[in-house]
Design a protein around this ligand. Sequence first.
Ligand SMILES: Cc1cc2nc3c(=O)[nH]c(=O)nc-3n(C[C@H](O)[C@H](O)[C@H](O)COP(=O)(O)O)c2cc1C
Length: 165
Amino acid sequence: MFEALWDDRVRTAMKQFSAGAFLTSAHDGVVNTMTISWGTLGILWGKPIWQVVVRPQRYTMPLIDGSGEFTISIPEKDMAQALAWCGSRSGRDGDKLADCGLVAQPGRVTKTPVIAGGGVHFECRVVHRQQFDATVMSPTLNQTIYPGNDHHIQFFGEIVAWYGD
Ligand SMILES: Cc1cc2nc3c(=O)[nH]c(=O)nc-3n(C[C@H](O)[C@H](O)[C@H](O)COP(=O)(O)O)c2cc1C
């Protein structure tokens, strides 16, 4: 399964990941998406895994904890405006999908939708989570990235489906 993951479309999408992707979560009737640009795609425990990092104050965090799922949609076309909006507003304060005219397309395997619109999608089930530990982190990294002591939660999601629009 892991070899099959590295097709040309996924390779191209990964080049675009650092420009921003949608991390979508859904729980208890709420659907939310936030922008991410940090994360890793690789293999752990013999499984294809996306590891994403979410600060504890994000509205996204309890939604992923509640459902045990997330999806990632990496746009292939220019969605810079929507990525900027979803990366600077919280779903706590309103429906960002509606604000941006984003369409939540039902997931194929999970209950969490993907963001429609010319991209590559990954559906993930959380198999592990943990918070970065300041006591074993490089002091420079700790001071630079976490002056507010809000260390990211790492969510490790097993990829149970991936496809393009
Ligand atoms: C390009 C970009 C990348 C971002 N990457 C992350 C990330 O990897 N992890 C994170 O916690 N926040 C990241 N953010 C910030 C969140 O997207 C932002 O705080 C968002 O408003 C959280 O939404 P929520 O409260 O609805 O979950 C990023 C923002 C931008 C613009």
